[in-house]
Design a binder for this molecule. Structure first.
Ligand SMILES: *[C@@H]1O[C@H](CO)[C@@H](O)[C@H](O)[C@H]1NC(C)=O
Ligand SMILES: *[C@@H]1O[C@H](CO)[C@@H](O)[C@H](O)[C@H]1NC(C)=O
Ligand SMILES: *[C@@H]1O[C@H](CO)[C@@H](O)[C@H](O)[C@H]1NC(C)=O
Ligand SMILES: *[C@@H]1O[C@H](CO)[C@@H](O)[C@H](O)[C@H]1NC(C)=O
Ligand SMILES: *[C@@H]1O[C@H](CO)[C@@H](O)[C@H](O)[C@H]1NC(C)=O
Ligand SMILES: *[C@@H]1O[C@H](CO)[C@@H](O)[C@H](O)[C@H]1NC(C)=O
Ligand SMILES: *[C@@H]1O[C@H](CO)[C@@H](O)[C@H](O)[C@H]1NC(C)=O
Length: 321
């Protein structure tokens, strides 16, 4: 309420002394990457030196569809006014004071958030009053794509998963040998606490072995796309190393069983010399049991889930103006 009143007051003043001051903006639209720093600039005329005690610079932000504006930074008559600053901007907004004497009111916002997007009012009072609006767009490209390959137990079906966070919402399409595989993919998203879209796409397919599949995160506004390769080869190699481990286990087990059996047979033979009735049943039971344990172990290993950390991201195009 206080801010609105101040602006109204200043605007009445403005109509009387407008001729003395004109604020100019060298750039009307800024685009910032999420988490980066951005500086936005308003210019006002100074004649040689400046008396900071007579200068007021006010920066306010208004998000689209929001009624109230947020106070970003206030510099009034040479002093920084912190108490009225909106909590969203505490510790993140600053005015580059050394630029003021050059007639440049430069607002810097660090660690840009999705909620920083909107319209910024820069109002300057110095022997007159004027203001301009600057627009800020915030984007977050889907830089880091997490990939995962899974094989459905007992089937030839593979499940590929790509997950990434960004803003605005991206479409995900899957490619194989440069052909689109849009059909069987299931793409869902949630919103994170930071206002980013957490997009997960799952492709269930019966692929040929050792073939590359690509998931592409695409958004027209992001002016580019990012993609990641997933290969069934990754899973095949796990199976292979799994088999190697099994082989290294099976051989000693077989050797041990063979040694035990021959020992048992020798023992039984010696016994049968003394005792007329040999007990062959015991010998038969031991052998199949050992084999069953091995095959259970084998299938558990081959269905092992493989988590791939290989992510090949590609950014094309430039961000900003
Ligand atoms: C943003 O600004 C802060 C403070 O000036 C600095 O520590 C940080 O390294 C900057 N970050 C980037 C991405 O330039
Ligand atoms: C700028 O300052 C000079 C002298 O310092 C003065 O002659 C001139 O009128 C001033 N111009 C404006 C626009 O204030
Ligand atoms: C795949 O689909 C996307 C979006 O529908 C499209 O932009 C792209 O050109 C397609 N690619 C191929 C190779 O068909
Ligand atoms: C897509 O996945 C979501 C969440 O895993 C699930 O609720 C939904 O039923 C799936 N849709 C299709 C068409 O498979
Ligand atoms: C994004 O979603 C995935 C599951 O779909 C979850 O594991 C992950 O923690 C989420 N990330 C964030 C930052 O919310
Ligand atoms: C697998 O490869 C064969 C021959 O190369 C091809 O005919 C078939 O369409 C492929 N299957 C898939 C799912 O790509
Ligand atoms: C799959 O992708 C990897 C990494 O980009 C590449 O080295 C390999 O040659 C590709 N394989 C096929 C069959 O395209």
């Amino acid at each position: 309420m206080f801010q609105i009143l101040t602006i109204l007051l200043l605007e009445t003043q403005f109509s009387m002394v407008s001729a003395l001051l004109t604020v100019e903006v060298p750039q009307q639209l800024y685009t910032a990457e999420y988490g980066s720093n951005v500086t936005m600039e308003c210019r006002f005329p100074v004649n040689g030196s400046i008396d900071l005690g007579l200068l007021t610079v006010l920066w306010e932000q208004k998000r689209q569809g929001w009624l109230k504006s947020k106070e970003v930074y206030t510099f009034r008559n040479g002093k920084v006014l912190h108490p009225s600053q909106h909590p969203d901007y505490i510790g993140r907004a600053s005015l580059l004071h050394r630029e003021l004497k050059l007639g440049r009111a430069i607002l810097q916002i660090t660690n840009v958030k999705i909620t920083d997007a909107g319209s910024y009012l820069c109002l300057i009072e110095y022997q007159g009053v004027d203001y301009k609006y600057i627009a800020l767009e915030v984007k977050a490209s889907y830089k880091r794509i997490n990939t995962q390959v899974m094989r459905i137990p007992g089937e030839d079906t593979f499940v590929f998963m790509c997950q990434s966070e960004g803003f605005p919402l991206a479409e995900v399409f899957w490619q194989h040998e440069n052909f689109n595989l849009s059909g069987p993919a299931n793409t869902t998203y949630t919103l994170t606490a930071d206002g980013l879209y957490n997009v997960t796409s799952i492709l269930t397919i019966k692929p040929n072995m050792s073939e590359n599949y690509t998931c592409v995160f695409w958004n027209k506004e992001l002016n580019g796309e990012t993609s990641a390769y997933i290969s069934t080869l990754a899973l095949t190699s796990t199976q292979y190393s799994g088999q190697k481990i099994l082989i290294s286990l099976i051989i000693p087990i077989c050797v041990t069983v063979a040694v035990l059996l021959s020992a048992l047979i020798t023992f039984q033979k010696r016994k049968s010399f003394k005792n007329e009735k040999p007990k062959k049943d015991r010998k038969r039971k031991l052998n199949p049991n050992a084999k069953d344990e091995n095959s259970d172990d084998f299938s558990a290993q081959t269905e092992a889930l493989y988590l791939s950390a290989v992510t090949a991201s590609r950014d094309s195009g430039t961000v900003g103006l």
